[in-house]
Design a protein around this ligand. Structure first.
Ligand code: COA
Length: 377
């Protein structure tokens, strides 16, 4: 047995994949051979989702077919809406989304649900991707006493998603920015939630079970929850001149500053954060009242680089961008998951196509040789 142990599986290769790779040498996030940053500039989220789920960028005809498949599957069964309405009022949308994804499994034909073939998994992935936004947004709406929103199949995926969110910026420019956020979140190699999904899929449990595991993992503040934490930080700081003292106080108290640092990028900037910094300028040009928060962002980045040598990850700009698009903060991590369903689906499909059950070993550090009735001290 190989007894090498890497806490947090740091630097451990956990899968052979054709889906994505954080290529530090090329300074690229490779998605099936394409640079994610180039994709974000050239195509929309649903094209990247198609690339992930179907394995190739769509032609214009296939793009239209994919959008119409998502539109035809966007509505929720009435029982799911009822279920969301019966959850405790304080249930976080991220928890409701996890619950809703689990409950949606019951609406699949049991044979289709259990079918781990590529074709069956692709069909289920499209249904999950199509329905997840309505689950996330409606759980939030109902927790606020608002009526559930009916997803509009005449709209495209991104516009339909944004239109359901109460209070969200309705400018077409906001939809374009939101779409780039979804693209940046679509896939990012072996994040904790992706490993969770692959581990569950490797037992040949169904794709819904894998999504529920991923949702549970993504909730944490060290992973998807960082975007909400980053947004709360910007609203606490409020003005650029307060950034330095705020951050120094937190760092001196030994606190982590959410939205900074990354296991793989270490001391390099996350390419998605570099890209999305430009979107903050576009928002500030359109909404001058937000300029002060964008300056606060820059000040935080300067201070963290100087004090800790840490750079922003994608959650830092995205936390601020979603706030500036007037999206309720409770939806930030659910939005991350809704986009990541594209990448997670690709991983489940790939895992089950060439499956090997995940079953690692441990480095045992406990006692030996004890017997019942014997005092272990
Ligand atoms: N703020 C303050 N200190 C940080 C930090 C942050 N955001 N990120 C890392 N550090 C410090 C740790 O405190 C630790 O310091 P120490 O050695 O003095 O104890 C050191 O850097 C290494 O941290 P560690 O947690 O072991 O590294 P990691 O590779 O596991 O870290 C993260 C990766 C993402 C968990 C970490 O950077 C973090 O917690 N970031 C904030 C959460 C976040 O933004 N998550 C989204 C990631 S995409």
């Amino acid at each position: 047995m190989n007894e090498s142990f890497s806490p947090g599986l740091e630097d451990v290769v956990a899968a052979r994949t054709q889906i994505s790779f954080l290529d530090l040498e090329a300074e690229q996030i490779l998605i099936r051979g394409y640079d994610l940053i180039e994709l974000a500039d050239a195509v929309g989220f649903t094209d990247v989702a198609h690339l992930l789920i179907h394995g190739e960028l769509p032609t214009p005809g296939r793009h239209a077919l994919f959008e119409s498949a998502l539109a035809s599957e966007c509505r929720l069964p009435a029982e799911i809406v009822t279920l969301l309405g019966t959850l405790a009022p304080q249930t976080a949308p991220m928890d409701a989304l996890r619950t809703g994804l689990s409950a949606l499994a019951g609406f699949e034909d049991p044979q289709v649900l259990a079918d781990a073939s590529r074709g069956a998994n692709i069909d289920k992935a499209v249904r999950i991707l199509a329905k997840a936004p309505a689950v996330a947004v409606n759980s939030f709406r109902m927790s606020r006493g608002l009526p559930p929103a009916e997803p509009d199949p005449s709209k495209q995926f991104t516009e339909r998603f944004l239109a359901m969110i109460p209070g969200a910026d309705a400018d077409p420019a906001a939809a374009a920015t939101f779409d780039r956020v979804l693209t940046c979140y679509a896939e990012h190699e072996m994040a904790a939630s992706t490993l969770a999904a692959r581990v569950v899929a490797s037992s040949l449990a169904d794709i819904y079970a894998a999504m529920v595991a991923a949702a549970a993992s993504l909730k944490g503040p060290l992973h998807g929850g960082a975007n909400e934490a980053a947004a709360r930080m910007f609203s606490e700081i409020g003005a650029p001149q307060r950034a330095e003292s705020y951050l120094k106080e937190k760092l001196q108290a030994g606190e982590r500053i959410m939205g900074f640092g990354h296991r793989v990028y270490m001391n390099r900037p996350d390419p998605r954060a570099v890209l999305l910094r430009g979107d903050l300028d576009s928002i500030a040009a359109r909404k001058p009242e937000t300029a002060q928060l964008v300056q606060t962002y820059d000040r935080c980045v300067e201070v963290m680089a100087r004090e800790k040598g840490l750079h922003p990850n994608a959650d830092l700009p995205i936390g601020l961008i979603l706030s500036l698009l007037d999206i309720p903060i409770e939806l930030f991590t659910p939005i991350f998951l809704c986009a990541r369903i594209a990448g997670l689906s690709a991983h489940v499909i790939e895992q089950q196509e060439a499956n090997k059950l995940y079953r690692p070993r441990v480095l045992y550090a406990g006692p030996r040789g004890l017997h019942p009735g014997q005092d272990p001290t």
